[in-house]
Design a protein around this ligand. Sequence first.
Ligand code: MEV
Length: 296
Amino acid sequence: MGSPLTGRGSAGGKLILCGEHAVVYGHPAIALGVDRGTRVTMREVDGALRVVDADGHALDDPRLREAVATLIPEGWEVRVSSELPIGRGMGSSAALAVALVRAEADARGLTLTAEGVHERAFAVERKFHGNPSGIDHAVAARGGVVRYRRTLEGPEITPLPVPDWALVVLDSGEEGNTAALVAGVGARRPGIDPLLDRIGEVVTEAEKHLHDPVAVGRLLLENHALLVAIGVSTPRLNDLVAAAVQCGATGAKLAGAGGGGVVIALTADPAPVLAALRARGLHGFVCRPSPARAEA
Ligand code: MEV
């Protein structure tokens, strides 16, 4: 037998600037790829599928194993290393799915189009999220800043110019369950449909003023209030949004499914905002939108 096949792939995480939840029902959302992500390396082995961390220790989270097994058959060792916190709205499961698709294609010597990556990763993403809009894995696959809309014909992905403001990310320390939160919003429809419609309008306005941190900041605050009204925020997330604004952010909101996860705070100049937050015992990190990636 020849030498064992090996493959590697990577993908970035994402933050939703505005429009989460409403995007599941056909409204637009704006999301950005971030400069942190997930790497997968895989090699052929004798025996069962093995999923290990960067140091070779077995990863036994059943959801992770199930996601890997959706794409990778027995007879492979899959090594996963990620800089993305799990369950915090930063697209960790989508980044894993896209990195797996790329590693598998690499091992088999295949060249995938962006659409091919997107399609295969979506099958994995469904295992985690039940009724995902597709926004997470679309951004994991291509990076950059995009407007995303789910249509009956498929996803509509429009690249947007990368703005030069920054986001300070504050971790609530709580984990949100995306599938349960999306299902909960679905169960509150059609009563909350006017709120979802308004989220869609906020996104359209934000796109028009994307380079203006003051205008976008104001819209983020409105988006957060709407997310509170549809029942996906928590007292901790609301406190972090208030603290970010008091510390100089032009606006802030929860980002992702909610129920925990992260708050994003918009600012043209992150250093003083970070320092003011730190003085209150809150520790954030800065994420800048990443440029779009050219697919092989
Ligand atoms: C999760 O990152 C974003 C949601 O809108 C769900 C989805 O679009 O699949 C809450």
